[in-house]
Design a protein around this ligand. Sequence first.
Ligand code: NAP
Ligand code: MG
Length: 505
Amino acid sequence: MPEGPGEGTAGSSAKRTTKKANSHDFVEGDCYAPAPENTDHVSLKRSYDLFIGGKWVRAPKKFETINPATEEVIAEVGEAGPKMVNRAVGAARDAYEKTWSKMPGRERGKYLYRLARLIQERSREFAVVETMDGGKPIRESRDIDLPLVAAHFFYYAGWADKLEYAFPGRKARPLGVAGQIIPWNFPLLMAAWKLAPALAAGNTVVLKPAETTPLTALLLAELIEEADFPPGVVNVITGAGRTGQNLVQHEGIDKVAFTGSTAVGKLIQKTLAGTGKRFTLELGGKAANIIFDDAPINQAVEGIVNGIFFNQGHVCCAGSRLFVQEGLVDTVVRKLKRRMESLVLGDPLDKNTDIGAINSPEQLTRIQGLVDSGREQGAKCWQSSQKIPGKGNWFKPTIFTDCAQSHRIVQEEVFGPVLAVQSFRTPEEALEKANNTPYGLSGGVWTDKGSKIFKITSQLRAGVLWANTFNKFDPSSPFGGYKESGMGREGGLHGLGAYVQLSGR
Ligand code: NAP
Ligand code: MG
């Protein structure tokens, strides 16, 4: 296969031209012609309240949500304190006891189907808002996040009237009120992963989105209103970590579903110890992507790029540790660098963009700190040469070679576009290095040999494994980790099981 910018699937087929800086000074010099997504169809309010008991309730305090690519304020949202958390849990309890848990499954399914269709109708608008609020490229929000969000609601809508067949010989009852806390990297998708199975099984919900990306959860609340869900079945309360803490500590919830960092996951587990509340924790990761010397190299390089630079590396299952079989290291690194140079970094609303904005200044500082530690500990750093826009939070695609197992960039989750490359000689060495991590969320293996795929994947200690591909998701497939990556599964029948109490018939 020929090498060069044309190999594999480039971010766009647009012709290279010279582009002037736009009003936000996103891109200068040699780049693709601009292809900005139209934002005229998006109408956001300047200020959002909390969605509690089917009504919009004013919070005494508000905070701003910012576009990380332009540093502009997009809107202000309510900050839910303990009183509002209490009110939301009360509304969810009422709805659980009076309507939702009593409703036949086929009726609950109708609401979920309606919501899924409304999401599809408004998906362009939701994709734009997701990109504005979080910084991810529009190509990803439009082609990956939004279709998967709708697919999740469709999938679990299908289970709502089939609970008696889902767990043969057992009776499935809902748990009650679920407190659900989600992160900023896939805001709407994480909301869908949490809401769809909980609602299908007959639970009611209080959802807290992340502080930096509250908007699509609030737009989803508007759709829930439009779909005419009974009041209180879904409550959306915005706020910071303290709001999440209040929700976890509330006596009126029966289940906590949390996606976020391992540090906060551990705190939540301590808080819940001895309370009898059910919980699922989807935490951090440090996935190994293992390339054998019989792998299709150009495909593998695309897989590496997709594994670590998708959503700027703000991905819990990102392939952030690359293991390359020894004879192939120079070739893979050379091809990888060339491919990294062809990535388009800049305006997340531009349809050519591959690398959008880092979600927040705090996250940028965390990434920078870990990259500095990599240099200080003796690994060799290489960054691609894209220009960084004048405003906003940005980080260039970065790889480290000459890494040791003990380096922080090998052991700790960077949650940014930073890849640590190591080599191995035998499958046994690859496995030993790959499993030498406190995490166990995901992993990838690239080889021409089916037998090697089985050998490696059966011994990699990770919950999600891909062979000759990476970062593929489907609502019917369970997702979750081992060790410090959490416990419990979301997606598929396993994900439904996390929201029901099973007993004999
Ligand atoms: P985070 O700081 O743990 O925050 C996650 C959510 O918890 C946010 O809504 C946050 O609110 C809230 N929160 C913070 N402190 C809390 C507390 N003491 N009690 C209850 N809730 C609290 O994580 P993040 O930095 O937003 O997200 C990145 C992490 O999520 C990464 O480690 C990533 O690997 C992980 N992640 C895992 C998965 C998975 O499925 N395994 C998926 C996506 C992300 P604020 O936003 O206001 O801080
Ligand atoms: Mg924001």
